[in-house]
Design a protein around this ligand. Structure first.
Ligand SMILES: Nc1nc2c(c(=O)[nH]1)N[C@H]1C(S)=C(S)[C@@H](COP(=O)(O)OP(=O)(O)OC[C@H]3O[C@@H](n4cnc5c(=O)[nH]c(N)nc54)[C@H](O)[C@@H]3O)O[C@H]1N2
Ligand SMILES: Nc1nc2c(c(=O)[nH]1)N[C@H]1C(S)=C(S)[C@@H](COP(=O)(O)OP(=O)(O)OC[C@H]3O[C@@H](n4cnc5c(=O)[nH]c(N)nc54)[C@H](O)[C@@H]3O)O[C@H]1N2
Ligand code: SF4
Ligand SMILES: [Mo]
Length: 739
């Protein structure tokens, strides 16, 4: 052992400490083990003892330290006006944001201030619980989230079928013997609406059990490369394939098992039997024999299950596709069956989620295109026109939480221009991104080490049921965390820009916590029913912060201690158990899940029947279609250039099939111009065997070649308004250079 090593070991034993942090970047939710030297994080490993992630780690998790230290990360509030940009105190920033937003509301009405909520809010406890408070204060119908460029079709389908937008089952991957993945690439993405770390290892185990993986994807993706069968499908034709598959299953006697309480069986089956298999083959590019073989395999399997994500939701028939996929799971008897599609459970509970509170749809419409609200949100596809179009209700200001709509939403250039006309943008972000750079008031978010972590939004989509919480690793050094940012913004707007004192902030939080406890106490089905509010308030563990709200939801949840009424979880217990607490395997629980008033699954909602007709009358697509492609070292539009992630490999290249390239005189590495009816740009090409003919693939989120410049705002999944960003009609031609 040399001197250095000895010195290191001495340091390791004397000065360093271990801390735990659930990675907030993606849905794998990896438990990380951090080595701290003082407050400095010096090493990040996957926590092998974590009951959920079992040591999983990817380069993005390792890079959290570099993200924390990144000199580009925003650390103090910024203020921008015509005279330029300057750093301001938090006090000034809140007052300025509050004053401006209050003025705009007073002059033009509540709807003049829009809210946009980005993806990282789902992974950030302070934002996910706090933004509802500021949004509630603003009371605007112009509420937008990245969900309408993501999972809203799946939620709408769940609402229509089960009466609950969060009732999306996940594959029971440890017990299935035939897993069909449609339009998802969990080897790279680690799952979505499915928390599934160590996916590769789980597939290896599936194979060891003698099971099979089948992938339906226009691209031979990293996941398809592990598959026993890969069916290359023409983009955005999944609904056709599922109709055909459903028909073949019905012909083999697989209708809907009696044990499912369901209505509308015959109505749906009649539509399914009416589908023409030749048409299915023509639309999808999947041969009839391949389709029959798929049906046969599913019928023979003991525990088959289908799962679909972005490729099935971010497309023209996203809601119908998501619905039909669960129809097939029902036909197979996979729904609510061990080894099939099961509904996960999490410790955190919200009060009053009863059968009487369905997800809204169409309670109001967007002003210009009359698109329906879904679950309180309008689709981002209408954001630009709602800013551009004069008249009552026109958007004049935007509050943006952890989102980068200029990169992630359709017709980005139009949206960028529209945003530049706003009187006020308030952004809460950790980087000065394409969107944040337009903000008049930019409020820094926290570093990943400064927030506690619990998955309220995604916790019910785990591959197994667990309770996990990790507290902040480092203090915010006097800066507000994101929960406080939301509360302070709400108070600033309420008071028209008055300075908020710490007493006022504390009193406001007390009011919110008491309100939450009150709702639990009033919930006739909850474990705190009829209890004394003051008594419960006195028992909450943490003294301050969003953790108080979390403690309430955990202890009022199905595994909670009901504040001393029974043995069970508290936030404190979870914090003391950083490896997580096992809550058992996924289990059948359909009767709890279905929230329609009659307790039945609806197989034939009118909206779905109308979509089947729309599908049948839709024109076939021709020419080249563009689809997305994620990569392991970036996350949507961010993390670019964070040390350890950017090794100079240019991942933003257009993937093409050799025949398509040859037909256009394009060779490997050539610069090309890609264009659609909406936009164009230049990009380099890579030619490979992974794409089916007639399809090109490009990652999204890159400023130099922004995929979403090509997407028209009018291309949406009609029921949900979600943008159909996969399957865009494009053309590609050689050009002189990439500019
Ligand atoms: N063409 C195409 N477009 C797509 C997709 C696609 O597959 N193809 N995917 C879509 C999907 S699934 C999604 S979810 C959306 C994402 O859309 P958005 O959420 O609008 O965009 P992101 O790129 O995720 O940007 C997240 C922003 O949050 C910031 N941020 C990160 N962590 C924190 C934090 O802790 N606090 C705060 N305050 N800010 C933080 C980042 O700096 C970044 O600016 O993009 C969608 N757009
Ligand atoms: N490394 C990394 N991980 C991420 C992210 C990231 O940006 N980078 N983003 C995170 C987010 S916000 C989300 S929502 C998830 C998304 O997670 P996934 O849903 O797994 O998303 P993708 O990896 O884009 O995989 C989508 C697949 O659908 C295929 N596809 C495209 N169009 C169609 C179609 O019409 N039909 C079919 N059948 N397939 C199609 C694509 O070829 C691709 O293989 O990933 C999360 N994880
Ligand atoms: S897979 Fe990577 S980014 Fe996702 S949670 Fe794990 S370490 Fe974080
Ligand atoms: Mo997403």
């Amino acid at each position: 052992m040399d001197d250095n090593q000895e010195a290191n070991d001495a340091m390791n034993t004397t000065n360093t400490q271990t801390a735990y942090r659930i990675c907030p970047i993606c849905e794998a939710g990896c438990g990380l083990k951090l080595t701290l030297d003082g407050t400095q994080v010096v090493r990040i490993r996957g926590n092998e003892e974590d009951v959920f992630s079992e040591g999983h780690l990817c380069p993005k998790g390792v890079a959290l330290g570099a993200l924390h230290d990144d000199p580009r990360r925003i650390r103090e509030p910024k203020f921008r006006d015509a005279s330029g940009e300057r750093a301001v105190s938090w006090e000034v920033a809140f007052a300025e944001a509050g004053r401006r937003l209050a003025e705009i509301r007073a002059q033009y009405g509540n709807d003049a201030v829009a809210v946009y909520v980005g993806n990282p809010t789902a992974h950030n406890i302070g934002l996910s619980m706090g933004l509802g408070i500021i949004a509630g204060q603003l009371g605007s119908r112009n509420f937008y989230t990245a969900g309408s460029v993501d999972q809203v079709p799946k939620q709408l389908a769940s609402e229509l079928m089960f009466g609950d937008d969060m009732a999306a089952p996940v594959p029971d991957i440890v017990r299935t013997d035939c897993l069909v993945i449609m339009g998802a690439n969990p080897v790279v993405s680690n799952g979505s609406f499915w928390m599934v770390p160590k996916f590769r290892e789980k597939v290896r185990d599936l194979h060891r059990r003698g099971g099979a993986l089948i992938v339906i994807d226009p691209r031979r993706s990293e996941t398809a490369r592990l598959a026993d069968v890969h069916l290359a499908i023409r983009p955005a034709t999944d609904a056709w394939l599922l109709m055909g598959l459903s028909r073949l299953l019905a012909e083999q006697g697989r209708t809907f098992p009696q044990r499912y309480p369901a209505r509308g069986k015959e109505v749906l089956l009649e539509r399914i039997r009416g589908i023409d298999l030749a048409e299915v083959v023509a639309r999808t590019g999947v041969s009839e024999s391949a389709l029959r073989e798929l049906a046969d395999r599913l019928c023979v399997a003991k525990h088959p299950v289908l799962y679909g994500r972005i490729g099935t939701t971010l497309q023209a028939f996203g809601t119908l596709t998501s619905f039909l996929l669960e129809v097939v799971n029902l036909q197979l008897g996979a729904t609510d069956t061990e080894g099939g599609a099961l509904f996960g459970e999490q410790p955190f509970a919200q009060p009053g989620r009863t059968r009487a509170s369905p997800l809204g749809h169409g309670r109001w419409h967007s002003r210009v295109s009359h698109r329906p609200e879904v679950g309180g949100q309008l689709p981002v596809a209408v954001l630009a026109e709602e800013i551009e179009t004069a008249g009552p209700g026109q958007i004049r200001a935007l509050v943006c939480f952890g989102g980068n709509p200029v990169m992630s939403n359709p017709d980005s250039e139009r949206l960028r221009k529209a945003l530049s006309t706003l009187e006020c943008i308030v952004a809460v972000d950790i980087f000065d991104t394409a969107t944040a750079a337009m903000a008049h008031v930019l409020l820094p978010g926290t570093s990943p080490f400064e927030e506690g972590h619990y998955d309220t939004f995604l916790g019910s989509f785990g591959w197994k049921n667990v309770a996990r919480y990790t507290p902040p690793v480092q203090p915010t050094q006097g800066r507000p965390d994101e929960w406080d940012v939301c509360l302070q913004l709400a108070l600033s707007v309420r008071s028209g820009g008055q300075v908020v004192t710490s007493q006022q902030l504390a009193a406001f939080e007390d009011e919110l916590v008491a309100g939450l406890v009150g709702r639990h106490v009033d919930d006739p089905n909850g474990p705190l029913k009829g209890r004394d509010v003051q008594d419960i308030l006195g028992r909450i563990g943490p003294a301050r912060g969003v953790e108080r709200m979390l403690d309430v939801g955990i202890r009022a949840g199905r595994y909670g201690d009901a504040f001393g009424a029974r043995e069970g979880l508290t936030l404190e217990r979870m914090a003391e158990t950083p490896d997580g607490i096992e809550l058992g395997s996924l289990r059948p629980r359909l009767t709890e899940v279905v929230r329609h008033a009659d307790g039945r699954i609806d197989l034939a909602p009118p909206m779905i029947l109308a979509e089947i007709e729309r599908l049948k009358s839709s024109a076939p697509t021709e020419g080249l279609l563009l689809i997305g492609r994620r990569n392991i070292k970036t996350n949507n539009s961010w993390l670019h250039g964070v040390a350890g992630l950017d090794k100079g490999v240019d991942v933003c290249v257009l993937e093409m099939n050799a025949e398509d390239a040859r037909a256009r005189g394009i060779n490997e590495g050539d610069p090309v111009r890609i264009f659609s009816g909406t936009g164009s740009f230049t990009v380099g090409v890579t030619i490979g065997p992974d794409l089916m003919r007639g399809v090109v693939a490009l990652p999204h989120g890159f400023e130099r070649a922004n995929y979403n410049l090509l997407a028209a705002v009018g291309l949406v999944d009609e029921p949900s308004g979600t943008s159909a960003l996969n399957g865009l009609c494009v053309e590609v031609e050689p050009c002189a250079e990439v500019v």
